[in-house]
Design a protein around this ligand. Structure first.
Ligand code: ADP
Ligand code: ZN
Ligand code: ZN
Length: 830
């Protein structure tokens, strides 16, 4: 590379397209490499942390206006070339900007936020506005304060407008600096100071402290903690172990003043040591580990053989067939060969159990990465992965595909069919499984997709497409049979008046029996809150969200109504605004009300509820799992969170309270998803020891899909789906791109959507569906229109994307569509 390039192209964490060119002052030119962070100005006052993606000597056409890089943040790159390439691929494929990828990829601590600082102008002699006098009192001429800091001192109300007036009249000035969000964690440690090191004899030195007994005590505390005695030859002091100050401070006889005196005399020396935030666990000795059974050994061999032909292999194994142990063996082989492994799981939910399980085998070789970890821990892991001490195994959710890997050999995508691998909002709307496959390809690594219920596209790729290898595991570990599934026809039962509770007679009897025998039960009900609708007893009025086109869900424990689309919470109305009746009825069930029904029906139940509302924090989630695992609770009721690959020993029965929720979704994937969800939740039953029981309640008992679930016949479901999708060219027979148009004003939204249709129709004809009003036509005050484009997979995708982007740009630039949001969702999931 050119030893001193003059320009750097950088990525800014913004939704602006393209990269940005800055000049490199000679002093910095030698110090910068692609993948490093730099600080650059943008506009009149903003500073940003940017990532250098290219160095070169080609002056941009408007050379005169090129601004200079202000600062180089890193000494070595924090991103590899492979990562930068992946970002570029993502921006292109998922139709967003590299800056949006950057925002999603880096933990906040690596981005540093632009933080405005305000200072009082000492030379100001005018009269500021009355209203701003208090605010001015909080400003100081000597020390600039950040807006954040002022907000905590004077409150947010009117703060920014007040500051603006003060700045405009000259009473205050504004400056910009970058806050360094990440600080390494340090502790103060003590070691021998120069006076101690120079001592000729320790006993003699200690005698000199005879008249200051407190200092003598503290020095002796240090010596004994550092495992030194009076007899230690002074020459060994130089290598004495440092001792944490807080260790000494916790001991009897410690005195802060005495320590200060010792430090002043140069007998002890304090220094800051980096302690790190990452926690590791001990691996179990080899002998205590699981040995693979024959089936698992065969799977390992077959996967490795499949990899010889295809870099991606699908491991299709029924629930509890022991796939995780197969992954563990493959990881072991990879680590032994000196390569790195990324183990992806769809949700934080799963990391808890897996951290434990993988930790027992890989101990401190494993790092865990997910969004509920404090940002500082994520920064630390990131930086560690850049260096020589990079951990060989990472367990993480979606965003861990962004971590730096130098020697990636294998990516495992567990529960590959999970829709939550796809990010919905904001951009980049990426699918972590597909992104991981691209990442692996770049790094020359292999991929293992594991699941009991493959995504239709994945199964297609493994069979008709011939793109992926395919390995099956048909038996459960320990030859436990797959659970028996009993279908309860709710319509019929209701007709016979046999459903006074939400639980069918059979479910009620079996749950009671199993709990009485000391077993556990899981009840699956996929709707959170107390009740999904409230209505006026007299006139039928229903409270709805003012920003979204949906009824509000009643949350009894909060005593409020919540919009599940925008999260807004409302107080309960005192009376109906239509007829002034004061009584509202709650219609239908949510998990909260189900829990109450469980208490009424099952006397032996010690319940726990697992849904979004009860798992806001990582610890809350862990506690629910832990309590259930240890038997403190014996009945777990929850939303789809309970379906996700959890492994409990004593679950004798699983009740699916309303299979129809999954079936009646207006989406071409509804049946596929229902099959996956129902089979997965059924798979939680009877994992170890005895055969489990599943009671599936539905009003559509005659549906072929129900029969497929009961028989565990994935192939039948797959074939039926393929037959249905082919004539309509749904995936895998096309690639989908959803196009969204949103606006606050419904008419403008319609106009923009219609215009977009006019621009696109000539290119795509009937492959373009829409514009349609989605089931929920307004969210967060924005009206929505949606298109679906079925792209022929044989066509070059670049041309299609260009057409779409150009059309969107035309609309965005036109004043008639002012304020319209237009964006794309490639391979949409919903
Ligand atoms: P899957 O991932 O396919 O659902 P798991 O790997 O979780 O299946 O295995 C199911 C259960 O069987 C787990 O409780 C696991 O500990 C146990 N198990 C699997 N393989 C072995 C083995 N080789 N030795 C002992 N126990 C095993
Ligand atoms: Zn009313
Ligand atoms: Zn809302």
């Amino acid at each position: 590379m050119n030893p001193s390039p003059r320009f750097a192209d950088v990525i800014l964490p913004l939704a602006l397209p393209g990269s940005f060119t800055y000049s490199l002052p000679p002093a910095l030119a030698g110090a910068v490499l692609p993948g490093m962070r730099v600080v650059v100005p943008l506009g009149a006052r903003k500073l940003y942390t940017a990532i250098v993606c290219r160095l070169h000597d080609q002056a941009p056409a408007e050379d005169l206006r090129v601004k200079a890089v202000l600062e180089v943040v890193d000494r070595t790159p924090i991103l590899t070339q492979d990562q930068l390439d992946l970002w570029r691929w993502m921006a292109q494929y998922y139709m967003c900007t590299a800056g949006e990828v950057m925002k999603a990829a880096l933990p906040s601590g690596l981005k540093m936020e632009s933080e405005t600082l305000v200072r009082r102008n000492a030379d100001f002699s005018g009269e500021p506005d009355e209203r701003d006098l208090t605010l001015l009192d909080h400003l100081s001429a000597d020390e600039a304060k950040s807006i954040d800091c002022l907000r905590s001192e004077c409150g947010a109300a009117g703060l920014l407008s007040g500051l603006r007036r003060l700045v405009e009249c000259g009473a205050a000035t504004v400056e910009e600096r970058l806050a360094r969000a990440y600080k390494p964690r340090t502790e103060t440690r003590l070691r021998p100071g120069p006076a101690l090191l120079a001592a000729e004899s320790l006993p003699a030195l200690l005698r000199t402290l005879g008249r200051t007994p407190k200092q003598l005590d503290v020095l002796c505390l240090y010596l004994s903690e550092a495992e030194l005695t009076e007899q230690t030859p002074p020459s060994l002091l130089a290598t004495a172990r440092p001792v944490a100050k807080r260790t000494l401070a916790a001991l009897p006889g410690y005195s802060e003043a005495a320590l200060t005196a010792l430090r002043r005399k140069g007998l002890l020396e304090a220094f800051a040591a980096d302690t790190g935030r990452l926690k590791f666990r001990e691996a179990l000795p080899d002998a205590l580990r699981h040995r693979l059974n024959e089936d698992q050994q065969r799977a390992v061999t077959e996967v490795e053989q499949a990899w010889c032909k295809h870099p991606v292999c699908l491991l299709h194994g029924v629930t509890s067939s022991g796939k995780t142990e197969v992954y563990i063996e493959l990881i072991r082989r990879e680590l032994a060969a000196g390569r790195q492994v990324l183990y992806l799981v769809p949700e934080i939910a799963l990391t808890t159990q897996l951290t434990e399980r993988l930790g027992r085998v890989f101990g401190s070789a494993m790092g865990v990465y997910h969004s509920k970890f404090p940002d500082a821990e994520r920064v630390e892991l990131w930086q560690r992965q850049c260096g020589d001490r990079a951990l060989p195994l990472i367990l993480g959710v979606r965003s861990s595909v962004f971590l730096p890997f130098r020697r990636l050999g294998l990516v495992i995508v567990d529960e590959e069919h999970e829709p939550s691998y796809k990010q919905q909002d904001p951009a980049p709307r990426y699918h972590a499984r597909d992104t991981a496959i691209v990442l692996a390809h770049r790094c020359g690594a292999r991929v293992l997709l594991g699941t009991a219920t493959p995504a239709v596209e994945t199964y297609h790729n493994a069979h008709e497409g011939g793109k992926y290898g395919y390995v099956r595991m048909d038996k459960r570990f320990g030859h436990v049979e797959l659970p028996e599934i009993i279908v309860e026809d709710v319509k019929e039962l209701q007709r016979k008046k046999l459903m006074p509770t939400p639980f069918s007679p059979r479910l009620t009897t079996e749950v009671r029996r199993i709990l009485a025998e000391g077993g556990q039960a899981i009840l699956f009900y996929n709707r959170r809150g107390y009740s999904p609708v409230l209505t006026c007893r007299t006139c039928g009025w229903t409270p709805r969200c003012t920003a979204c086109d949906v009824p509000l869900t009643f949350h009894r424990s909060m005593g409020r109504m919540v919009c599940h689309y925008c999260g807004a919470a409302y107080d309960l109305p005192r009376q109906c605004p239509q007829c002034a009746d004061t009584e509202l009825r709650d219609v239908g069930y949510g998990t909260e009300k189900m829990e109450a029904a469980v208490h009424a029906c099952f006397a032996d139940a010690r319940t726990a509820r697992m849904d979004l509302d009860t798992t806001r924090t990582r610890t809350a989630y862990e506690k629910i799992i832990d309590d259930f695992q240890r038997g403190t609770t014996n009945l777990l009721i929850g939303t789809q969170m309970v379906t996700k690959g959890l492994d409990f020993d004593r679950v004798g029965i699983v009740g699916i309270l309303n299979a129809d929720q999954a079936l009646n979704v207006p989406d071409f994937r509804a049946y596929e998803r229902a099959y996956q969800m129902l089979s997965q939740v059924a798979g939680r039953a009877g994992r170890r020891g005895r055969r489990g029981l599943v009671v599936l309640q539905t009003r559509q008992a005659g549906l072929p899909l129900i029969d497929q679930v009961v028989r565990g016949d994935y192939e039948a479901m797959y074939q039926a789906q393929i037959r249905e999708r082919e004539p309509y060219r749904y995936p895998p027979f096309s690639r989908l791109i959803a196009i969204y148009v949103k606006h606050r004003d419904e008419r403008t939204c319609l106009t923009a959507a219609q215009w977009l249709a006019d621009l696109l129709r000539p290119h795509f004809g009937t492959a373009l569906l829409g514009p349609d009003r989605p089931a929920v036509g307004r969210v967060q005050r924005l009206f929505i229109r949606k298109f679906l484009l079925k792209v022929n997979p044989a066509l070059p995708p670049a041309g299609v994307r260009r057409t779409l982007t150009q059309a969107a740009d035309i609309l965005r630039a036109d004043s008639r569509c002012k304020g319209a949001q237009i964006y794309f969702d490639v391979d949409p999931m919903g």
